[in-house]
Structure formats: C-alpha cells, structure tokens
Ligand binder design. Structure first.
Ligand code: ATP
Ligand code: MG
Length: 346
C-alpha cells in the first residue's frame, strides 16, 4: 500500500494527493493519508473487535470507549511498533464521499495546532478491505474530565477551583491558538478534555477537534437533540444561527461551571427541557452552590454564559483570566494557591 505524506504546508485542493504522487516533505506535524480513501469504500464495515487489524496496519488490542462518532481502541501500529489509539468512525459514514473529503480537509488544517494541547492525530484513512474510516492518534493514559467529575459528584464532591484553573489552562491556550487561525472546536464538553495521569506526564489534552464539523449526521442528531446534553452548546448554535469562535468560549464556560458547581448549568434528564432553559433562562447564581467563592464568580458566569455572544468574553484567555481574578478573591484554600497563577496573555 502506498502512503502519501500530507503536511500543513501543502496548499488545499492539490489533486496530486488523490493520485498517490509524492509531495514535498512537510514541516512540523505530519498526517498520513491513505489514497484508498478515494473513492469511498462501498463495503460498509460492521463494528470492530479486538484482535482485528484496521487497514492491515493497526492491531486492535482493546476497546477503550464509544461515543457518538464511533469506537475507540488501544492498538499497536505494526509499522512502527508504537501504541496508538484508533477511533473507528461510525459505519454509516463510510458511504459518504463528502464525509471523507471533509475529514481530510479538517485533519490537514488541524495539523497547524501541533505543539499545543490538542491530541495529536497521526493518520487517518479508510480500510481497503471493509471501508472503515479511522483516525490514529496518540494513546492517552488517564481519564476524561467527564469521568473525573462523575466520580467526584457520586460522592457529592468537586474539583477545587485551583485544580480547575490548572486543568483548563492548556485548553484555553490551545483554543486561543486555534481561534486565531480561524479554527473552531464546536464540541467542547467534559468528555472531550482528557486529564493525563501524573505518572504519564500530567496535563490536559483537547480531543475531537473539528470532528463535529465534518460529521453531518452528528450535527443533525444534535440539532434534534436526540442524543447528548445541550448544556455545553452555545444558544446561537442550538438556534442554528451564524456563529464564530465564541461558541467555544461559551462551551468552556459551561464546562468550568459544571466542574465548579458539581452539576451542569441546567440539571435535568429531559434534553428538550434543558435546551429550552439554555435558550431562555437567566443564568443561575453559582455562589448559591459555592458560598466559599467570591460573588465575583456570579458576574463571571453571566459573562461566560451570556445568551448574546456580544456580551460574552471575547476569547478564552479573558474568560480564564476573569475566573482567576474571581477565585483569587474567594474564602478557600484555592484563593491563596491561585495567587501564584499568572494571567494568560491573549
Ligand atoms: N486518544 C485517546 N487516548 C485514550 N483514550 C481515548 C482517546 N480518545 C478517546 N479516548 C477514550 O474513548 C472514549 C470515547 O471517546 P469518544 O470521543 O468516542 O466519545 P465521547 O467523547 O464520550 O463522545 P463524543 O463522540 O460525543 O465526543 C473517551 O471517553 C475516552 O476515554
Ligand atoms: Mg470525544
């Protein structure tokens, strides 16, 4: 099988990519693209199992999880011997030529985010045998923010405000870098933030960047709010209005709110009711749930989660810096520790 090396420095729309012709070696991050992805395979794959190979190269070891886009496996890359994570996208997307093209374009623009805390995508392509569309990425060790919060909330506990500031700092910087390049995440939520175990280097990673953009079916599901919670989605996006990077600013605010409060912005089982509240209700006072925080944090919630994007924080650093200032005024150990954190430059 021939592989093209596709780098961020290659101008979009180069037809040579489709023919398998060798391109100039890319600088910095690399994405590997299998020409077999064009045209799209017609044999739709069933769900994958451990022990199977993907694209004749990645040996699936164990399933790590499932989400709205597909299955995630820990795997061995037989070409390099390194351990990777493989996300096998939903089989229903395989017959969609446009989807693979969109995924390819998006993956190439994301190469510009190499060196930030965005999870590194090594390759994507389509299995020649069964048509499965997959992404190979760095295998992270630890847990998602969603898992961490759910575990804490089970025992009526929360992350400290200081730990939230530290965990979100790299995410804020990565998002700001992306926004300056005109790239929007679109699906920021606790399950897309990964907290790496301290023994594996610690820190946070941002996952599934731009995947919501390429996955039309997911967008449709979200618009109908059949699956998932609308608690992290900006009102303008829920209304299908034009939007910009401030949808990510909102989502980051909603993630931080959940972590601080120990519950989502509008708790509830019924997604339609939650959706209506996200679109209409005044934002709650966080100090009702967290009296140890300064009242400044209530102003922060209003600005972070403003219904109208023009009243919202302009960018992720100003949202984080606003929170830092509020936490520093609190009456808890975080207030003292937060004094040693510096504001993030925009
Ligand atoms: N690169 C990775 N390394 C290690 N584990 C990962 C990696 N990517 C995803 N996972 C794990 O796989 C699980 C499923 O991820 P996935 O993104 O498919 O679902 P999700 O984030 O819960 O929902 P959604 O599809 O809406 O994003 C995650 O909860 C995470 O634990
Ligand atoms: Mg995800």
């Amino acid at each position: 099988m021939r592989w093209n090396e596709v780098g961020a420095d290659v101008a979009p729309g180069q037809e040579a990519l489709l023919t398998g012709e060798r391109l100039p070696a890319p600088q910095g991050p690399r994405l590997f693209f299998s020409p077999a992805a064009f045209p799209c395979g017609k044999n739709l794959a069933a769900l994958k199992q451990p022990g199977e190979f993907v694209d004749g190269r990645y040996l699936l070891e164990r399933e790590i999880g499932r989400g709205s886009h597909g299955q995630v496996f820990a795997a061995i890359d037989s070409a390099s011997g390194r351990r990777v994570a493989i996300k096998v996208l939903n089989p229903s997307l395989e017959g969609d030529d446009q989807f693979v093209q969109r995924l390819w374009r998006e993956a190439r623009s994301l190469a510009a985010l190499w060196g930030t805390s965005v999870v590194e995508v090594y390759a994507f392509g389509q299995d020649q045998e069964d048509g499965a569309v997959y992404m190979a990425m760095e295998l992270l060790q630890g847990e998602t923010l969603s898992e961490r919060l759910e575990e804490l909330e089970l025992f009526d506990s929360r992350m400290s405000a200081y730990d939230i500031l530290v965990a979100t700092q790299p995410i804020v910087i990565a998002l700001n870098t992306a926004h300056k390049l005109g790239i929007i995440h679109r699906d920021l939520k606790p399950s897309n933030i990964f907290l790496v175990s301290p023994e594996f280097g610690g820190g946070s990673r941002l996952m599934d960047f731009g995947l919501a953009k390429v996955d039309d079916q997911l967008a449709l599901t979200r618009a109908g709010v059949v699956a998932g919670s609308p608690n992290y989605m900006a009102p303008e996006m829920l209304r299908s209005e034009p939007f910009d990077h401030r949808i990510d600013v909102y989502s980051l605010g909603a993630v931080i709110y959940r972590a601080l409060a120990g519950q989502p912005l509008f708790p509830g089982e019924n997604p339609t009711q939650v959706l209506l509240r996200v679109l209409k209700d005044p934002r709650p006072r966080l100090t009702d749930l967290r009296p140890d925080l300064s009242p400044l944090v209530d102003d922060w919630v209003q600005e972070a989660l403003a219904l109208d994007p023009s009243y919202r924080y302009l960018d992720t650093p100003s949202l984080w810096n606003g929170l830092l200032a509020a936490v520093q005024r609190g009456r808890n150990p975080s207030a003292y520790r937060a004094r040693f954190l510096e504001p993030i430059e925009g």
